[in-house]
Design a protein around this ligand. Structure first.
Ligand SMILES: [Zn+2]
Length: 424
């Protein structure tokens, strides 16, 4: 973990938030490489959840919402109790629920469990809106992006052609007053979610079917993007830990260096939200009903962290990130073999300029070729193209593979189609 945190800072993936002013606990800034990686994760998610489906549409709702939303959703109520937190696993419980606390202590077989002092804790982050002091309205920075999909339920139904079952997808920032941020970016106060709310007919049969369906879909998405299958698992929520809106819930967990950790939740929210917002759907036969909702709620920052951890490789010679090329910040790096040979630099620059409009392409002419390879390995760049003296004779270049270190000669004028094919 320490090595990864150092690499993130050194190479510009992730920096501590507001670092020059001593930071702000629980906030992080993404640097040049991290920002692209994050974009790529979100793009892949949107592609599989919206673009490639005919039953899902996307929204992008406001971060600040009418406070009544949070009253209706139960968040104001459910998050203002005095909470104590288990110092081992950071589960929180109402301080007055002695039984739940005892039951929880039993789950840490034999370990002595310490608890934080009870705190009246609202996880929602407050902000003041308005221009006249004293007349400012308290609003909340959304504690989950989810409600943006629900409050627009009628708008989406009337402005698109969706019919139940259908989904509303969204990616965006959410904010929580976490008692104890920690484990690098894992527990942050500001984070990004990628969520699907999938509306179905209200029946146990449909509920079970779609819950299992989305569990599979979401797990496969992570595996297809390269996660080590052995480090992923589902974990069912116990009755006591389920959120106030969930009928049942399962997490996708990753075996991080700090233990098995949740980074996506599949939740059966039943009719909790729509009935709280008094929203209904009119079926084909004109009958009104309140749909149920299956939710797949993933953390962008958490999956980014786990993609990095999972792809971290080292041997005695080098450190590299074996990121799926679709996620890698730079797809290709182009080098002239020698920076002081103008004919090599000119030819390499031309290849670089040709590739740049099609995918993120890096340029490097510092130091020797070995150092440039090492530098690209740490950034997770899958392929390095080198222009050498043979290029000037027969228009071939070397392509060096990040994971195997193997080099092949390839025709310079078909590089673009070659890489595009690899990335499709
Ligand atoms: Zn615990």
């Amino acid at each position: 973990m320490e090595k990864l945190v150092a690499l993130c800072k050194r190479r510009g993936f992730i920096y501590p938030g507001s670092e020059i002013y001593g930071g702000l606990q629980g906030t992080w800034d993404y640097g040049p490489l991290g920002a692209i990686l994050k974009q790529n994760i979100k793009q892949e998610w949107w592609k599989s959840m919206v673009q490639e489906r005919s039953d899902v549409v996307g929204v992008d709702a406001a971060i600040m919402m009418n406070p009544t939303v949070w009253k209706a959703s139960g968040h104001l109520e459910a998050f203002t109790d005095p909470l104590v937190e288990c110092m081992i696993c950071h589960s929180r419980f109402r301080a007055d629920k002695k039984e739940e606390i005892e039951t929880h202590e039993e789950t840490h077989k034999g370990e002595s469990v310490e608890w934080t002092e009870p705190k009246k804790f609202n996880l929602l982050v407050e902000a003041k809106l308005g221009v006249i002091e004293g007349e400012k309205q308290t609003v909340y920075l959304r504690g989950e992006i989810t409600q943006g999909a629900f409050v627009n339920f009628e708008n989406v139904v009337s402005s698109t052609r969706v019919k139940i079952p259908f989904g509303v997808a969204q990616i965006g920032k959410a904010f929580r007053n976490e008692i104890t941020p920690g484990n690098f970016t894992y527990r942050s106060r500001e984070f990004e979610q990628m969520e699907l709310e999938y509306f179905i007919e209200p029946s146990d049969k449909e509920g079970d079917k779609w819950f299992d369906y989305w569990k599979d879909q979401r797990m496969n998405w992570y595996v297809d993007l390269g996660f080590d299958k052995k480090k992923l698992r589902f974990r069912k929520h116990e009755d006591s830990e389920r959120a106030h809106y969930a009928k049942f819930a399962e997490d996708i967990e990753y075996e991080a260096p700090f233990g098995w950790s949740e980074f996506e939740g599949i939740h059966h929210r039943g009719d909790w939200d729509l009935s709280r917002h008094k929203l209904q759907y009119v079926g084909e036969d004109g009958q009104k009903f309140t749909p149920w909702v299956i939710e797949a709620s993933g953390g962008v920052d958490r999956s980014l962290l786990f993609f990095l951890i999972d792809s971290y490789r080292e041997d005695e010679k080098r450190v590299w990130l074996s990121l799926n090329p679709k996620l890698a910040p730079y797809k290709v790096a182009v080098f002239p073999l020698l920076a002081n040979k103008p004919e090599l630099v000119k030819r390499a620059k031309r290849i670089y300029e040709d590739l740049k409009p099609h995918f993120m392409t890096a340029w490097d002419d510092r130091g020797n070729i070995g150092k440039r390879y090492l530098s690209q390995d740490e950034a997770g760049t899958p392929w390095c193209v080198t222009v050498d003296f043979q290029t000037l004779e027969d228009s071939t270049v070397t392509i060096r593979d990040r994971d195997t270190g193997k080099q092949d000669r390839f025709k310079a004028d078909s590089l673009q189609s070659y890489f595009l094919k690899k990335l499709s």
